[in-house]
Design a protein around this ligand. Structure first.
Ligand SMILES: [Zn+2]
Ligand SMILES: [Zn+2]
Length: 297
């Protein structure tokens, strides 16, 4: 599964949401607007995927051709309503058919113009996501603006979710999956900071000292923004903070034995505050747990 997103908000294209995202379209109507030579195959595929005869539809402009051509069956497209103001990403499209041909007549029929000829079919799934959260999830720079385009999210950016499908699962369930429950030790009386945290952090620091290459690889891959809260030392401290960030070891199996093989997937770059908070509990908090606390404000 690959993850794509379309920044729809520009020029109020979200006015089209009610037409084909929040309204079902009859497959017979869709097929009637397709080029004759494609009708049989499109009809068969759609009825196979949507036996009730209805589905939702979205189209992207000609300019998106090179990106959208990578879209295939079972990929997921997120529709960003706006990257300013409300910043909502309210819709997830789990793609069940993308013919890759320009469907000009269908575009005109559905949205009143031929401007969205690359059209795909799905059943709309509502999700609870916003642009700021999404950028942080996939480690885009805070200032990144998609400017009305279509993008594919590189799979490396979704590693810690277990790939695109893992990330999509967290979106649909509206809660992080496969997370251990918050440790009981969050309760104040059970935190034994002095001893436990001290030793865990010391062992972790020793581990990273012995594995400089891992540290360098992690920084090269993840950059210098905290993967929990997006804090960037250089933005706050100027030159002094240039390329400063801490590394945190995620794998709880390694809490006891840091000599277990480690890849950068086991490592997170974090600011010093988030790092302290991760180690506030024993075992350490899972990064997504800390993140969920952070965004509860
Ligand atoms: Zn942080
Ligand atoms: Zn750590």
């Amino acid at each position: 599964m690959q993850l794509f997103f379309h920044d729809v908000g520009l020029k109020g294209a979200t006015a089209d949401f009610p037409k084909t995202i929040y309204s079902d379209i009859a497959i017979s109507d869709i097929v009637a607007q397709c080029p004759i030579e494609l009708r049989a195959s499109i009809s068969e595929s759609l009825l196979n995927e949507f036996p009730d005869g209805w589905c939702n539809v979205w189209g992207v402009p000609l300019g998106a051709k090179s990106v959208i051509n990578q879209l295939t069956y079972n990929d997921v497209m997120l529709l960003i309503k706006s990257t300013g103001g409300l910043e909502e990403i309210p819709v997830l499209c789990h793609v069940k058919l993308f013919p890759k041909e320009q469907l000009l007549e269908l575009s005109k029929f559905l949205w009143g113009s031929t401007h969205f000829p690359y059209i795909f079919f799905f059943k709309t799934q509502d999700i609870d996501l916003n642009w700021t959260q999404f950028k942080s999830d996939v480690d885009y720079l805070p200032k990144f603006r998609p400017s009305g385009n279509v993008y594919r999210v590189k799979s490396e950016r979704l590693l810690r979710f277990g790939g695109a499908s893992g990330y999509v699962k967290t979106l649909i369930k509206k809660e992080p999956i496969s997370l251990p429950p918050l440790p009981l030790s969050l309760k104040e009386s059970e935190i034994d900071e002095e001893y436990n945290e001290g030793s865990r952090e010391t062992r972790e620091a020793t581990f990273f000292k012995r594995n400089r290459k891992l540290v360098l690889d992690a920084k090269k891959t993840y950059g210098y923004n905290c993967q929990i809260c997006d804090f960037n030392f250089e933005e706050t401290y100027g030159e002094l903070g240039f390329e400063f960030i801490e590394c945190h070891h995620i794998n709880p199996l390694s809490e006891r034995d840091f000599d277990l093989p480690t890849t950068i997937e086991d490592v997170l770059v974090v600011c010093s505050n988030c790092h302290k908070m991760l180690h506030k509990t024993r075992p350490a908090l899972h990064p997504l747990q800390l993140k969920s606390l952070l965004f509860k404000k």
